[in-house]
Design a protein around this ligand. Structure first.
Ligand code: MG
Length: 155
């Protein structure tokens, strides 16, 4: 078994739609970034790559590369899942925590789990997504952006 950890953070950019875990959340400020800025999927990608010691999201999809401008991070996650499988690993489970003051994520959690599981080809029961606030502390608490922590187990 191999464990991997992923982290990502993005600033809010109200001019963009918010896409988290492959799910568009209406009425919430989006995230700044080169791709669709889906910080949850980016943290999952880094957890998977980390577990397999295959580098990181920046080495696979550099933000200097025009190919990835506005990219659907679900497609990036799918590509990473194939690379992990090609390296001989099977995904055991994913556990992620999204930290932001707003929006409230609870109504979207199951949709995110289903979307991530679908892209990875694993049961939704093997994907956990949790939402927290930062209790008003620091940059996240001030509402400047959101951050995500994720662990992944490979077998
Ligand atoms: Mg990112």
């Amino acid at each position: 078994m191999r464990i991997g950890f992923g982290y990502d953070s993005h600033r809010f950019d109200p001019s963009r739609p918010l896409v988290l875990g492959g799910v568009t959340i209406p009425g919430a400020p989006g995230l700044a970034g080169h791709s669709d800025a889906d910080a949850l999927l980016h943290a999952v990608i880094d957890a998977l790559l980390g577990a397999a010691a295959l580098g990181d999201i920046g080495s696979h999809f550099p933000d200097t590369d025009e190919r990835w401008r506005g990219a659907d991070s679900s497609a990036l996650l799918g590509a990473v899942a194939r690379e992990v499988a090609d390296s001989g690993y099977r995904i055991g489970n994913i556990d992620a925590t999204v930290i932001c003051e707003r929006p409230k994520l609870r109504p979207y959690i199951d949709a995110m789990r289903g979307r991530i599981a679908g892209v990875l080809g694993i049961p939704a029961g093997a994907v956990s997504v949790k939402g927290k606030t930062n209790e008003g502390m620091g940059a996240i608490g001030a509402g400047l952006g959101l951050e995500v922590h994720c662990v992944a187990l490979l077998e």
